[in-house]
Design a protein around this ligand. Sequence first.
Ligand code: GDP
Ligand code: MG
Length: 440
Amino acid sequence: LSDRLTETFRNLRTKGKLTPADVDGTVREIRRALLDADVALPVVKEFTAKVRERALGDEVNKALNPAQQVVQIVNEELIAILGGQQRRLQFAKNPPTIIMLAGLQGSGKTTFAGKLAKMLEKEGHTPLLVAADLQRPNAVNQLQVVAGQAGAAIYAPQPGNGVGDPVQVARDGVEVARRHQHDVVIIDTAGRLGVDAELMKQAADIRRATDPDEVLFVIDAMIGQDAVNTAKAFQEGVDFTGVVLSKLDGDARGGAALSVASVTGRPIIYASTGEGLDDLEPFHPDRMASRILDLGDILTLIEQAQQAFDEAEAMKMAEKLATDSFTLEDFLDQMQQLKKMGSMKKMLGMLPGMGQMKQQLEDFDERELDRTEAIIRSMTPIERRNPKVLNGSRRLRIARGSGMTVTDVNALVNRFEQAAKMMKTVARGGTPNIPGMGPI
Ligand code: GDP
Ligand code: MG
């Protein structure tokens, strides 16, 4: 998706006033790009119609930079479809908050149950996992393993009683949570490989029996065109209050996110981005829109950067990215390279006017570099190479050593993580050969 759009916007960017033909050409490209990304046809049609209408309207005509305005419109419309604001989990006024999971087999429900439990525990909640998937022989066991890894409590039916009743298990689970004062209950349910009437009935029965505060529909981001029918079937069969998009770490290009959000009108609440229990993030519509749009900006930046980069450095960096061993030391190097390039503002002029990267650059300040350096210098080599070890006491020590506050240290680690993630996205996106950097 990104490469295609990038090209389109790049062409547009060189133009001054836009003719209706320019707009139509761009809209056609956007349409193709979205279809390529497996966004469902009705969604694509609606989206492009809206963009076209706005692009031909006054706001673009009167804009100082019409091309930039079109990009802005595409970004806004993407964010709108993706739900606008980030939506948080709704907690019940009177605990326990009951969260039921639904979705096809293999969509990532059980994994997500563990991730969510872990995340909630970190926030001070006391979740109870409930194993109401009695379909597959191993399902209860799988949840037990996940619960163990997450350090979360679990309610599971006793083994050896034959096939139990998942509705009863769910009901009992909620009761157990009440008795033992768990403030959140996460009910894992069965899925089938395809949409199935019996499965829907079971899920609907569990919903009726437990009256959950949230029903989260878990969908594999790689599902492609089936996203729409699957989401619709679950909306009709069980209905849900929110969506979890799983396997976003794969090469899914965000198409499913657009389709599901658009067709069901339900917010995407979480993005699941790996097999590990820590690979869970709140879903940010604006970031997803950026992910769809911004890759091009990053590429442009890299292209500019490589003129200033010393070739050997660039090669080294490319290797680092490829092997996924981007460290805080590299981060520091990179910031120093950026400084070499001098005028950041000039580079900002090339960006279509949005996105995280731009924000980061706008926030970029040379003194910041010195502070960053001070903090990184106060880290041990192990900490620099593996920032995951940076727990509270280490951060405190580093803050003291560098004369900064823990908040400064946290901010730096966050920025590093964002940069590392962005690097990974670029690396994964199969970027074209960038002269001087070699294939990433
Ligand atoms: P369920 O049948 O819906 O409960 O799905 P599972 O939670 O058992 O997940 C099915 C498979 O997908 C497992 O192998 C998981 O490890 C894997 N999986 C789940 N979520 C993710 C994710 O976000 N990223 C990746 N790469 N794999 C995932
Ligand atoms: Mg499961």
